[in-house]
Design a protein around this ligand. Structure first.
Ligand code: GDP
Ligand code: IMO
Ligand code: MG
Length: 427
């Protein structure tokens, strides 16, 4: 099959950027299919650490086509910051990057609406990244949005003006001076964006598939933040699951081969919403410290907890995961006991999934404990060197989930990646 998909199985930040970068040499194309600059994908190699928000994580590799698909929402201002930073690093971005004409644009007023919506919600707030994601997807489905291809139209400014005026009517207070500055930056960034090749990416991808090229679709956020299947309303505004790669790139379901599902050896979540295995104690603090669990986009501390098997099983079911990738087991090296939730108990009843209404129930996780390995694993080069306790932990997870763990990541660097019996693809 020409298209493989790589996506997060938890609440985001599973290490997608790192693993996409590692796998890219096996693909001709890397394509983002949903989300926008709410994403923060971190790559580390040769002593460099880099965070991408809109641009696919294949951008650092030679001769790889990177596509921002129609399902993505683009903020030209953030995109310009990203391209500027990459140019400083001598990455030939414009040679490697294409963006879909059908991708929707995030306007400065979308960000204002996002902030106003969160303020209105008060204590019920989602904990959005405030990047304008929700309002932009609302305008997309409400059939009001502006798309990348619209910037080529003669009347783009007038169309922009109509939409921003509509937004301003919805807002009670606006700092006009600040908005004017943002709008100047927006139009400068749109001019800059036009140096990138705009494509009808569904056709481009189809032609690449016909030419026998391999494509890796890069997910953003995580399955539990999916608009339909996540812990609604504490979710993002796009379909983060495998099906989103079809609508977000214009790829037929039958073209999809492997689905790489990434999960951390524990769990994190940024923003509000249910988190059954959350640790509000010193252990959670320790995981945050050892795992440097602070948001790559907003810098907010991530909530930390133990691995949640019911949630993982659910994500695997929704995505049709063929290969699991475990990241950050090295962070567990500081723990003498490692816990996993195998079930939830709610009102005396056992559940192996999250019920519809989680707001008004107390979810008590049922735990299974594993002995920790208490050993640094960050320099390990092969599976044979895994501590026995870590081997058992991984094998138990595989048997519970019935999907092989093909890759184990033992640190943030590209080189800290161990393949477990995965065949290499031809590019
Ligand atoms: P993404 O949004 O899924 O791409 O993940 P983020 O980049 O937001 O967060 C993952 C963080 O963990 C980044 O800082 C990565 O550099 C780091 N990371 C990735 N894999 C590993 C790993 O195996 N071990 C450790 N310690 N850090 C990792
Ligand atoms: P990556 O791709 C973690 C969370 C926000 C908030 C909710 C809605 O780096 O894994 P939004 O900005 O979409 O309105 O926020 O979703 N969120 C993420 N959490 N990683 C992300 O992306 C996220 N993108 C959004 O914290 O709770
Ligand atoms: Mg992230």
């Amino acid at each position: 099959m020409p298209v493989d998909v790589l996506l997060g199985l938890q609440w985001g930040d599973e290490g997608k950027g790192k693993i996409v970068d590692v796998l890219t040499p096996e693909y001709a194309v890397v394509a983002r299919f949903q989300g926008g600059p709410n994403a923060g994908h971190t790559l580390e190699f040769e002593g460099i650490k880099h965070v991408l928000h809109t641009i696919p994580s294949g951008i650092f590799r030679d001769a790889v086509i990177n596509i921002v698909g129609n399902g993505v929402v683009i903020d030209p201002i953030t995109l310009k910051k990203e391209t500027d930073a990459l140019h400083k690093m001598n990455v030939p971005v414009y040679e490697r990057l294409f963006i879909s004409r059908k991708a929707h644009l995030i306007l400065p007023t979308h960000r204002l609406l996002d902030a106003a919506s969160e303020t209105q919600k008060g204590t019920e707030k989602i904990g959005s990244t405030l990047r304008g994601i929700g309002p932009t997807y609302m305008d997309k489905t409400g059939r009001n949005g502006l798309r990348v291809g619209d910037t080529e139209a003669k009347d783009f400014r007038e169309r922009y003006q109509r939409l921003r005026d509509k937004h301003l009517n919805m807002l009670s207070e606006v700092n006009q001076e600040k908005l004017a500055e943002e709008e100047t930056a927006f139009f400068n960034a749109v001019d800059e964006m036009r140096k990138i090749r705009f494509v009808d990416s569904e056709h481009q991808l189809h032609e690449l598939i016909v030419a026998g090229k391999k494509i890796l679709a890069e997910g953003a956020q995580g399955s539990l933040l999916d608009i339909d299947f996540g812990s609604y309303p504490f979710v993002t505004s796009s379909n983060t699951i495998t099906a989103g790669a079809c609508t977000g790139l214009g790829i037929a379901p039958g073209q999809i081969g492997k689905v790489f599902g990434i999960f951390k050896a524990y769990c994190t979540r940024v923003g509000s919403g249910p988190f059954p295995t959350e640790l509000l104690d010193e252990t959670g603090e320790q995981l945050r410290k050892d795992g440097h669990e602070f948001g790559a986009t907003t810098g907010r501390p991530r909530r930390c907890g133990w691995l949640d098997l019911p949630a993982l099983k659910y994500a695997i079911m929704l995505n049709g995961v063929t290969d699991l990738i475990m990241t950050k087991p090295d962070v567990l090296s500081g723990q003498s006991v490692i816990r996993v939730s195998t079930h939830y108990e709610i009102g005396g009843k056992r559940y192996d999934y999250m019920p519809f209404d989680v707001a008004n129930v107390v979810i008590k996780p049922i735990w299974k404990d594993f002995p920790g390995w208490k050993r640094d694993i960050t320099s390990i080069k092969s599976e044979d060197e895994f501590p026995a306790e870590m081997k058992s932990y991984i094998q138990w997870i595989e048997s519970e989930l019935d999907v092989p763990v093909s890759i184990v990541s033992t640190g943030p660097d590209r080189s800290q990646t161990i393949r477990r019996g995965v065949e290499q693809h031809a590019r």
